[in-house]
Design a binder for this molecule. Structure first.
Ligand SMILES: O=P(O)(O)OC[C@H]1O[C@H](O[C@H]2O[C@H](CO)[C@@H](O)[C@H](O)[C@H]2O)[C@H](O)[C@@H](O)[C@@H]1O
Length: 378
């Protein structure tokens, strides 16, 4: 019985058993869309949707808009700006007390890692690279690459991204890392010969729990490109096992129309779901797999299956999709989640960093601290 496609032995350790990490729900038997409407047929205009009465449409629009706006701070009108400013400062202070800066708490984090193996998980966009208008131009700096490279020399390090694995690899360009693309649905380890942190003798890791969705994702990609081409600024990006529909460059007046087009296409694919990221609508298979599951898979692949193992996972990310990983760390009572954000946000992370430049400072400090403590113990 094939339970789990493409899982091979992990680097230097035991084989992670797909069943033991609850992959049963990741099995998909029917990758085809159900026949509610042929995705190739011309879809009805939004006005002709069955429940398109003004009230229903208004409720639907506000839901889409609220979710779409939630990825950017709301505008404040001048008349209420002063009162709002005061309460925003209060809110900010109270949030930072609950999620202190990982830089100001560095000593505590370093102390907690004593006698443990740090495993580093890094999101890409908004964490290692600044958010920019064109997703194809989201490059990380040479200094950041150096900081990540130094980190990976000392600790097993994984990039966990919503992007296609090949794409994020082309941006990061470090062969010694683990890469989990498509929100963790496409995991590959470094070739054993390039592991500089103790994983030299095994085989490489590979995990693709959504491979049966590929034909469906491809079909939906083509349909969405067609359906959104009349909305200026909209951009559909394929991330192999999932899709992104970007609206960062779309006039706000057209956001609802764009969301409706996407939802209409998805109504024919109940095995796909829609989630919201930073000015992006994300389309993903409904399997129970996310960045949190990817983190658990990688910990197991590295030989740290149990929460009482001597491991300290640190996960740094800026997006809602990173919350799944923060939650896993909280539930395991292990390691720390660090949210990259300037604004207070609902989060399961323990600490915060304001922006990618602070992520770089944190990584550098960790590397420096580890080198000093290794030298001191010689
Ligand atoms: O998990 P991540 O590595 O954070 O990837 C999430 C999405 O990141 C990219 O989009 C985001 O960054 C773009 C470039 O800065 C920006 O233009 C866009 O508005 C952001 O949502 C990527 O393009 C998406 O495919 C990823 O899903």
């Amino acid at each position: 019985m094939t339970v789990y496609p493409n899982v091979t032995k992990p680097c230097g350790r035991h084989v992670p058993n797909a069943n033991s990490i609850n992959l049963k729900s990741a099995r998909v038997t029917d990758p085809k869309p159900i026949l509610c409407a042929s995705p190739r047929k011309k879809l009805p205009k939004i006005e002709s949707v069955k429940d398109g009465s003004p009230l229903v449409r208004e409720a639907r629009e506000s839901t889409s808009l609220d979710s779409m706006r939630a990825s950017s701070p709301a505008r404040v009108r001048p008349a209420i700006a002063a009162t709002r400013a005061a309460s925003l400062v209060d809110e900010q202070n109270s949030w930072i007390r609950r999620h202190p800066s990982a830089l100001s708490m560095f000593e505590q984090i370093a102390q907690a890692s004593l006698g443990k193996k740090i495993v580093m998980f890094l999101d890409y966009d908004g964490t290692l690279s600044p958010i920019v208008e064109d997703p194809d131009q989201a490059f990380m700096s040479t200094e950041m690459r150096e900081a990540v490279k130094d980190t990976a020399r000392l600790f097993p390090t994984a990039i966990v991204s919503g992007r296609c694995r090949d794409k994020v690899y082309s941006f990061v360009d470090l062969k010694e890392l683990y890469y989990a693309g498509s929100h963790g649905m496409d995991i590959k380890g470094p070739h054993p010969s390039s592991c500089s942190n103790g994983n030299k003798n095994g085989e490489s890791v590979l995990c693709q729990p959504a491979s049966e969705f590929l034909p469906m994702i491809d079909q939906v990609y083509k349909t969405l490109v067609e359906k959104t081409k009349s909305i200026p600024g909209a951009k559909v990006e394929t991330n192999k096992f999932c899709l992104s529909v970007h609206y960062r460059c779309v006039d706000e007046k057209s956001w609802v129309d764009l969301a409706e087009q996407v939802k209409l296409v998805l109504s024919c694919y109940p095995k796909l779901k829609l989630t919201y990221g930073r000015k992006v609508l994300e389309i993903r298979p409904t399997i129970e797999w996310d960045k949190g599951k990817a983190l658990e898979f990688l910990l197991e692949a590295l030989g740290f299956a149990n929460s009482d193992d001597h491991v300290l996972p640190i996960y740094i990310g800026d997006d809602r999709t990173d919350e799944d990983a923060f939650k896993v760390l909280r539930e395991r009572g292990q390691g720390f989640g660090i949210l990259v954000s300037k604004d207070p946000k609902e989060t399961s992370a323990s600490y915060s960093l304001q922006e990618p430049s602070e992520v770089m400072s944190f990584l550098r400090r960790l590397v420096e601290w580890q080198r000093l403590s290794r030298r001191a113990s010689l």
